[in-house]
Design a protein around this ligand. Structure first.
Ligand code: SF4
Length: 230
């Protein structure tokens, strides 16, 4: 719809993703990201790069959003990749019932596991959900023998106090993990929210400076946990 100042505002309630505006938008401002594909189509695309995967030691990473929200498709995709000898990585928040996750893990070579915070209240504030299931699944994956990389998003003023870091470090060192990455908050995703017409709830936060990131790494290190910056 056209606003009184002449600008155009998309009414997302009415949009059916037909894509017609993409073809006619004179400035190229309209794009459709992503498309629906069958398992066969995805595998065809993957197999085109098969030699690259083999020569580089790479593979398929299912990320998101949250890939375990489509458990059946994901399981079949991972299974098909492994049948072709392609390495599979699952990047997950862990917020998924264990029986579902366990079933997917049968076809997974490596798990990237995101841990936001150990404190249930802070976790709720950051994500809108409790962290019990996530922590429980982390322990179960650790016991399952599937290699796991822990990823810790660090949000200024939310989960980066020494007390929070102590709790996280203590939990992570109780697990069997390949390595631990920290993901320092940055503002690069802000524009994406604007494009999608979504509210950006961390708008007041600034990216970490190099010194602040170095301080986070040192705090983890002082607690006996070596972390990498991702
Ligand atoms: S994709 Fe574009 S043309 Fe199609 S309904 Fe949505 S806004 Fe309208």
């Amino acid at each position: 719809m056209q606003l009184p100042d002449g600008s155009i505002r998309l009414n997302r309630e009415l949009c059916c993703n037909c894509g017609e505006c993409v073809a006619v938008c004179p400035s190229g401002a309209r794009v459709i990201s992503g498309k629906t594909m069958s398992l066969g189509e995805v595998m065809e695309a993957i197999r085109k790069d098969e030699m690259f995967y083999r020569n580089s030691g790479g593979g398929l990473t299912a990320s998101g959003g949250e890939p375990t929200q489509q458990p059946e498709f994901l399981k079949q995709l991972f299974r098909a990749c492994r049948n072709y000898g392609i390495h599979t990585t699952l990047d997950t928040s862990g917020y998924v019932p264990w029986p579902v996750l366990k079933d997917i893990l049968k076809h997974v070579n490596l798990v990237y596991y995101d841990l936001k915070d150990l404190n249930p209240q802070i976790h709720w504030r950051l994500t809108g959900v409790d962290n019990y299931l996530i922590l429980d699944n982390a322990k179960r994956i650790s016991q399952s023998g599937v290699p796991m990389v822990i990823r810790l998003p660090m949000i200024p003023g939310y989960n980066d106090s020494t007390e929070n870091i102590k709790e996280v470090a203590s939990f992570v060192t109780s697990l069997k993990v390949e390595k631990v990455d920290i993901l320092p908050f940055h503002t690069l995703g802000r524009k994406k929210y604007d494009h999608l017409g979504m509210a950006y709830h961390l708008g007041d936060l600034k990216s970490y400076t190099e010194e602040e990131v170095a301080r986070l790494v040192k705090t983890f290190g002082d607690l006996g946990l070596k972390v990498n910056i991702a």
